[in-house]
Design a protein around this ligand. Structure first.
Ligand SMILES: [Zn+2]
Length: 209
């Protein structure tokens, strides 16, 4: 009844609501115009950093990193200033500056697929999945390296702790640490950062990383 009694004011009210809604939509649209290109640009730069593929023979190709090879065993002596140009930021921070990824955040701490783990910096073969075990420490853990040359050990007394650092035997990048609380047959626990690992599944139809 009220609406019928005041048709003009009802129309004005509706008109005001439409105007208000239109203004909100325009504001949202304008905001999207600014936000979307920034978000896309970030996605694209991440994509560029991680542009690598598995070729038919099961090896990883990283066109942006000329030192990367899953088959070449030649020891590398490359300056950090050069690594900084060819590595994604997070791989550089851990591999070349010995940072540590936060526990339970890496992509492989609870991965159980069959396959091979390589150094994400240089492509060196480090572990087979059958040497991986569920340690629940928050980082991928292995009890045995694939070959005696693939990983080297170094005293690490940083942060007031006596630990043994593990480094890639080919490129000398920091991988993590090794402890004596692993399972048999070795009793060792290689505690490795996911970020410096590349995984190639035995089954090529499974997701690589
Ligand atoms: Zn390496």
């Amino acid at each position: 009844m009220n609406e019928l009694a005041h048709p003009h004011s009802t129309f004005q009210l509706l008109n005001q609501k439409i105007m208000k809604a239109t203004k909100v939509l325009i504001a949202l649209f304008t905001a999207l115009l600014f936000i979307l290109p920034t978000a896309c640009a970030q996605d694209m730069s991440m994509e560029k950093d991680r542009k690598h593929t598995i070729s038919a023979d099961g090896t990883i190709e990283k066109p942006e990193n000329p030192y990367y090879s899953n088959t070449d065993k030649t020891k590398l002596d490359v300056a950090n200033s050069e690594w900084e140009k060819v590595l994604p930021e997070d791989v550089y921070a851990i591999g070349r500056e010995a940072n540590t990824e936060r526990a339970f955040t890496g992509k492989y701490w609870n991965a159980a697929g069959l396959g091979t783990y390589y150094c994400a910096v240089c492509g060196n073969l480090l572990f087979r999945s059958d040497a991986k075990f569920a340690s629940m420490c928050g980082w991928p853990s292995f009890f045995e390296q694939e070959d005696p040359e693939s990983i080297t050990f170094h005293d690490d007394n940083a942060y007031g702790m006596k630990r043994i650092e593990t480094k890639c035997g080919r490129c000398d990048s920091h991988l993590g640490h090794i402890f004596d609380d692993g399972p048999e047959p070795t009793g060792k626990r290689y505690c490795i950062n996911s970020i410096v690992l590349d995984f190639v599944p035995d089954d090529p139809n499974k997701k690589a990383w």
